[in-house]
Write a protein that binds this ligand. Structure first.
Ligand code: NAD
Length: 497
């Protein structure tokens, strides 16, 4: 059987759409710190490689000014009522949604995802702001009697203090609001350091928050190419009481060492290597659809993307064929063009990484069912790719792929499937497809993962505690747990007669 052929990329963009997104980019206030002329760095559109903005490259001294402002504003903000913080966040939610066209345009231009997905991210990101507007009002304390009598213990939750928030490039809006919204709801000031590849969306979010009533200095955005300098300086400054990081496990380790040295409360959302298990008794169509979503959402550039698709022998051929056919229908191209479902990947380094992973897997015996190559011409495009029969010793099985390359492997028994799924240092998301509730819950219990998608390819939800186990991180974002990350528990031991 010959391989399927991936479609050619769509690079033509309607002039009116490009012009509208150019206007959105031109509207971004690129220097919120406003400390005067600085060295600069360029932000590029991954679909064209053209420069779309030039930003100040803030120094560590600038970051300290930002910290001073956030800390000062945070001290006053901590004394506001939860009703006030909630009202401001509700207003911010409305304004973010009202400005969805502008935000989606900026997301697509700096990160590359198709416009429809960018609109999805705007709503998802804004939903965190609405969720924490609501969570801000939830009871924050408790009451206990001392078992021996003589004391009443009152527990309360106080804002942790000023937080350093470091975000990655793959979801430039959602990763920002998932941290900023609970921090504001809890009563903290923040210094945000967005990825240098995609800083513009965060700048727009900060502008909208201020317009909604967040104090001017409370949310500081520092744009810099010296992330290591910023973090080592700020983490050593006693005013940073919390660090929340989303990114690679390597950088998470650096921050954890700094947090240990300076005793800073930490949450780490790190890398993944999500297994997606399809059992013989799965609904084939549902499994194919779920796997395509879990693989291709955000172009595969997601920490919860299906990294290893593990399929039981009895359904494996039918699944692999159906999956490859669905992947082959994917329209690749500039995220601004109509009908595009797979945009560019973030940079050229990512493209050459996929080439290496595919070549290695094929050399070790995997079968290439679809794609497998970079797309020539401007922009960083890679074909939707399906490898089948991927051996365990291939590099792709142990690497976070972070792109539109699917790796299918097979297993015989439930025990083998679970063991292979857990055979990784990571433990972020996993997925199970089966028509048996017993099996779904039984397998979910045995998976080393913070999150399990059952018969669906999406796990993220504002109400859910997003996060991982093992090398995938510490702490949770979203849900009520996400607010607690920005609070300290205290108690008052009150003498009673
Ligand atoms: P990255 O670790 O290279 O960068 C993330 C952020 O850290 C960026 O803002 C970067 O500038 C900054 N950074 C880099 N070096 C630093 C240092 N020494 N000190 C402080 N900050 C530093 O990761 P990336 O390539 O931007 O993102 C991809 C990674 O993020 C993947 O591993 C992915 O799994 C992970 N991710 C995890 C989640 C999650 O919730 N678990 C979500 C999205 C992405």
């Amino acid at each position: 059987m010959t391989s399927l052929v991936a479609p050619a990329p769509v690079r033509t963009v309607d002039a009116a759409v490009r012009e509208r997104t150019d206007r959105a980019l031109a509207s971004v206030v690129v220097d919120r710190l406003d400390l005067g002329p600085r060295a600069t760095f360029a932000v590029r559109d991954p679909a064209t490689e053209g420069v779309i903005a030039t930003l100040p490259d803030h120094t560590t001294a600038d970051a300290l000014v930002a910290l001073e402002r956030a800390d000062r504003a945070g001290a006053a903000w901590a004394r506001t009522t939860s009703r006030h913080r909630s009202d401001v966040l509700h207003r911010a939610y409305g304004m973010l949604v009202d400005q969805r066209d502008r935000l989606a345009a900026v997301i697509t231009r700096e990160m590359g995802k198709p416009l429809a997905e960018a609109y999805g991210e705007v709503q998802y990101a804004a939903d965190y702001v609405r969720w924490y507007a609501e969570e801000a009002l939830r009871p924050a304390g408790g009451y206990r009697e001392s078992p021996a009598g003589g004391s009443t213990i009152l527990t309360t939750r106080a804002p942790v203090g000023t937080a350093l928030l470091i975000t990655p490039w793959n979801f430039p809006m959602a990763m920002a609001t998932r941290k900023i919204a609970p921090a504001i709801a809890a009563g903290c000031g923040v210094v945000v350091k967005p990825a240098a590849l995609t800083p513009l969306t965060t700048l727009v979010v900060a502008e909208i928050l201020v317009a909604a009533g967040v104090p001017d200095e409370l949310v500081q955005v520092v744009t810099t190419t010296d992330a290591a300098g910023l973090s080592s300086t700020l983490m050593a400054d006693g005013r940073v009481r919390k660090v929340s990081f989303t990114g690679s496990t390597g950088v998470g380790g650096v921050l954890l060492r700094q947090a240990a040295e300076h005793v800073v409360k930490s949450s780490m959302e790190l890398g993944g290597n999500a297994p997606l298990l399809v059992f013989d008794d799965a609904d084939l169509e549902r499994a194919v659809e779920g796997a395509v979503i879990a693989k291709l959402r955000n172009g595969g550039q997601s920490c919860v993307a299906a990294n290893r698709i593990l399929v039981q022998d009895g359904i494996a051929d039918a699944f692999a064929e159906g999956f490859a056919e669905r992947m082959a229908e994917t329209v690749v191209g500039n995220g601004l063009a109509d009908g595009v479902a797979l945009g560019p990947v973030i940079d050229e380094r990512a493209v050459s990484g996929f080439v290496r992973l595919v070549d290695d897997a094929v050399a070790k015996g995997a079968r290439l069912r679809l794609g497998g190559a970079a797309l020539p011409g401007e922009g960083h495009f890679f074909e939707p790719t399906v490898l089948d029969g991927v051996p365990d010793d291939s590099d792709i099985a142990g690497t976070e792929i972070f792109g539109p390359v699917a790796a299918i492997a097979r297993f015989a028994t439930e025990d083998e499937g679970v063991a292979r799924a857990n055979g990784t240092p990571f433990g972020l998301a996993s997925y199970v497809f089966t028509e048996s509730l017993d099996r779904a819950l039984g397998v979910a219990d045995r998976l080393d993962a913070g999150m399990v998608g059952v018969n669906q390819g999406i796990v993220s939800n504002v109400a859910a505690p997003f996060g991982g186990v093992k090398a995938s991180g510490l702490g949770r974002e979203g849900g009520s747990e996400g607010l607690e990350e920005y609070q300290e528990v205290r108690f008052y031991n009150v003498a009673r007669r």
